[in-house]
Design a protein around this ligand. Structure first.
Ligand SMILES: *Cc1c(COP(=O)(O)O)cnc(C)c1O
Length: 471
């Protein structure tokens, strides 16, 4: 995220920021898509932080819902003994609402406080599903390289965001393994068709399950659209259909992580809806667009077949958090989701997404250093390469993604940078995820500013290229 050099500001002294050397920009207020910094600079937040702010900042109706919940006095209750109308209504909307999970057999919602907690809970629930049925030999999880599922130890272990794991290999358990990501731009071979790429990925997954012993595997976990690690990468056609079939063949559960790409961001309520008939997870995790940043909340939507096993055996998920289903968080989130539904914002997201796609493609398809433009809905990534024919990324020490992000930021637009895009060491992208109610004019400004920054970057690189080549 954007940052500036530490000034000896007393307000920064006590806080451990992401870097002890750099202090992030201080935000004093925000409204809609605009952030106002302490410096007076106004920034267009074109990435919603990390694809979080789906209805923009400072929504008065959410403020009112939060205030109302706090005025009841039930700011906190413990979920072991109590529930609240806010939490019940939120679950009801997510499951039985017109855009809810019941359309796909998702039967129950559990609310936790972050995407990482959701990943941990999903893994534990999947394991418990087999444990209760006496299949205690199922202990293994399979995920994908370049997948990110969170930062807690469980979620980190199943993730393959390699730079984030370097100091912590001591925590890694050997019951997790990773297959090739559905990331065509860097992982499909020269001349390979989309169909062939899908077939190769599916054959690899099947063979991998066979190698592990399919009856030792708990679940396959994947982001429906690859998010932060490789930048809005959508799967090739037929991939998730095939994944679902292979999981079914071996009785392995499918956990889809839609923490970043879900809850409308892709232009449909769930990202998996666009992957074809029958593609339904056993457990779905959602988070960022769920509360839209108005509360730290995440959710698990659990398929009936998993709930049925709990019903038949112990009757309870052996898991809990002090703040799960937090009443104020649920009230804020309920209002966010009601607004999205009332204003038809997921449709708006799909429409504006089409415009963003065409603006990005028109502006960047033919430029020298942009190799791929990909995404869905209002979730778009552009990947930088130094050579468009070989798809060779820049040397990591050039930090192109971060450099570009900082140039765009200086011109007043915040985009989300990514590095190690390709394989955990090399590659650069930036990610765009504006609120669903972003205006068409705002989208035009965002892309214009990105182009100005790009031109500047290209010019700078042209000047230093000889040095790089001899370095
Ligand atoms: C952000 C993210 C997470 C982790 O969520 P936190 O709220 O940061 O714990 C998990 N999975 C995906 C796909 C994410 O993008």
């Amino acid at each position: 995220m954007p940052s500036s050099k530490v000034t000896d500001s007393p307000s920064s002294a006590a806080m451990l920021h992401r870097s002890v050397h750099h202090r992030p920009h201080e935000v004093v207020s925000a409204k809609g898509i605009y952030l106002t910094l302490a410096s007076g600079q106004v920034v267009i937040d074109a990435c919603g932080g990390a694809a979080v702010c789906c209805i923009g900042h400072g929504n008065e109706e959410v403020l009112e819902a939060v205030t109302r919940q706090m005025k009841t006095g039930a700011s906190y209750i413990h979920s072991m003994s109590y529930t609240t109308p806010a939490a019940e209504q939120l679950a009801e909307l997510l499951i039985h609402g017109p855009q809810g999970g019941a359309r796909f057999g998702l039967e129950k919602a559990l609310f936790v406080n972050s995407g990482s907690e959701a990943a941990d809970a999903a893994m534990k629930l999947a394991r418990q599903y087999f444990f209760e049925q006496g299949q205690t030999q199922r202990t293994k999880f399979v995920a994908r390289k370049q997948g990110f599922h969170g930062s807690t130890i469980g979620a980190m272990n199943i993730s393959s965001n390699l730079p984030r794991k370097v100091p912590f290999t001591c925590f890694q358990k050997d019951n997790v393994s990773w297959v090739t990501p559905a990331y065509a731009y860097q992982y499909s071979k020269q001349g390979e068709t989309e169909e062939d790429f899908t077939a190769r990925l599916l054959a690899e997954l099947d063979a991998h399950f066979q190698e592990l012993g399919p009856d030792t595997v708990v679940a396959f976990m994947a982001e429906t659209i690859l998010g932060a690690t490789s930048g809005c990468t959508t799967a090739p056609a037929g991939y998730f259909k095939g994944v679902r079939q292979i999981c079914d063949k071996y009785g392995i559960l499918l956990i889809l992580d839609e923490v970043m790409c879900g809850m409308g961001r892709s232009g449909t309520p769930f990202a998996f809806e666009q992957e074809g008939e029958g593609v339904v997870p056993d457990i779905l995790t959602v988070a960022k667009g769920l509360g839209g940043g108005y509360s730290p909340i995440a959710g698990l939507l659990v398929h009936k077949r998993v709930v049925d096993v709990l019903r038949k055996h112990t009757g309870s998920f052996n898991h809990g958090h002090t703040y799960q289903a937090h009443p104020v968080g649920c009230a804020a989130t309920l209002r966010v989701q009601q607004i999205i539904q009332r204003d038809g914002l997921i449709k708006v997201c799909a429409q504006r997404g089409k415009l963003l796609e065409s603006l990005l493609k028109k502006t960047f398809s033919d430029v020298k250093l942009v190799g791929d433009i990909r995404g869905r809905g209002l979730f778009w990534g552009i990947e930088f390469v130094q050579d468009k024919t070989t798809r060779e990324p820049f040397p990591p020490q050039m930090a192109i993604g971060v450099r570009y992000q900082s140039m765009v930021f200086d011109l007043g637009v915040a985009v989300y940078p990514g590095m190690a895009t390709v394989d955990g060491t090399k590659g650069d992208h930036v990610l765009l995820a504006p609120p669903y109610n972003v205006t068409e004019d705002e989208l035009r400004v965002i892309v214009q500013v990105m182009k100005r920054a790009y031109d500047k970057l290209e010019k700078e690189l042209d000047m230093v290229t000889p040095m790089v080549q001899t370095a």
